[in-house]
Design a binder for this molecule. Structure first.
Ligand code: CUA
Length: 348
């Protein structure tokens, strides 16, 4: 019946998956058998005791044996299901002590991950295959829910407190992370990649931040365009001049423009203003927009910021000019072992 399981459920990516699926399929078959049995009995009795002229229903009392049987058997079934589920839940609830800890901060509308060494990423997490990993999660605004279908892990993220999940990934490659609690307009864009790496690829990721040593040869604006998608900017800022509902201003044609702010002042859209808007988004609010953008302080590396600035510039220059955007990315020194395009992380 493996074909049916794989038809109904996502691929199994963690040590939880087999157990969770067994409970699920067990309940599925139990429900199936009961449904067929009950429906057959209902149809059978309806036929057997259908109306016939002259047939009289005899006086009914009760049948103690029958009543005990139909009470006790379902009770035992329910208790068995409870303990079956509890057994899995207890394993799910407590992470092993040696698990690597990753902090998750969910906010409208992106995922921020922080590793024990302080490395931070947005919308992309790397974990080690066959090593338990524990996620400590909180929200900066509303309820979110960390859902990794392949890992059979799904847990609410609540503002003002910490919740936890853990699992041991068993399948290399990229798995999908999504938000499973409606959290506003950008809810369906709140997606992330979970990449399960082998030891070598994981070390490389921790040293270099993943594929950037393969991407950095691009022009700053191309690199910035990748960041625009990857860091979630695209959730709120269009690049075609349209306004995204309950989002921020479009990036098209703003470079070098005098932007009107909600306090009546004007500001030149230059590199400093763009950088400030990423790091302290509440500092200057464009007239007609709400102060809803989360800060990207610590989430963007310097050359990612430069790429984004170059990308904004590439979206149309205002005749007013404005200072030049970077034409070359300033990169941190290349770590040993991260050799250009030889990456095999499979994160692309
Ligand atoms: Cu976050 Cu839905």
């Amino acid at each position: 019946m493996e074909w049916l399981r794989s038809l109904m459920l996502p691929p199994q990516g963690s040590q939880f998956a087999g157990e969770v699926d067994n409970v699920y399929m067990g309940l599925f078959w139990l429900c199936g058998i009961l449904f067929v049995g009950i429906a057959a009995a209902a149809i059978g009795f309806a036929w057997r005791y259908r109306y016939k002229p002259g047939r009289v229903t005899p006086h009914q009392t009760h049948n103690t044996t029958l009543e005990i049987v139909w009470t006790v058997i379902p009770l035992l079934l329910c208790v068995a299901i409870f303990f079956w589920g509890l057994n899995g839940w207890m394993k799910y609830a407590v992470a092993p002590g040696e698990a690597m800890e990753i902090q998750i901060t969910a906010k409208k509308w992106l995922w921020q991950f922080e590793y024990p060494d302080g490395t931070r990423t947005a919308n992309e997490i790397h974990v080690l295959v066959n090593k338990p990993v524990r996620f400590v999660m909180t929200s900066e605004d509303v309820l979110h829910d960390f859902f990794v279908p392949d890992m059979r892990v799904k847990h609410d993220i609540v503002p003002g407190r910490y919740t936890e999940v853990w699992f041991t990934p068993t399948v290399l490659g990229t798995h999908h992370v999504t938000c499973a609690e409606y959290c506003g307009k950008g809810h369906s864009d709140m997606q992330a990649k979970l990449v399960v790496d082998n030891e070598a690829d994981f070390q490389k990721f921790m040293e270099t931040g993943g594929t950037e040593w393969e991407d950095y040869k691009m022009k700053p604006a191309e690199w910035g365009r990748i960041q625009y998608e990857r860091k979630g900017c695209s959730t709120c800022h269009s690049i075609d001049g349209s306004r995204i509902a309950s989002g921020g201003p479009s990036w098209k044609g703003i470079w070098g423009k005098m932007e009107k702010l909600n306090d009546g002042k004007e500001v030149l859209v230059d590199a400093d203003y763009v950088r400030e808007s990423m790091m302290q988004p509440q500092a200057k609010i464009v007239a007609g927009f709400d102060p809803i953008m989360p800060t990207f302080q610590g989430l963007l590396r310097e050359h990612e910021i430069q790429g984004l600035i170059a990308f904004i510039k590439s979206l149309g220059n205002n005749p007013n000019g404005g200072p030049p955007a970077p034409t070359v990315l300033s990169l941190p020194p290349k770590p040993a072992g991260a050799s250009g395009a030889s990456g095999t992380t499979g994160t692309k």
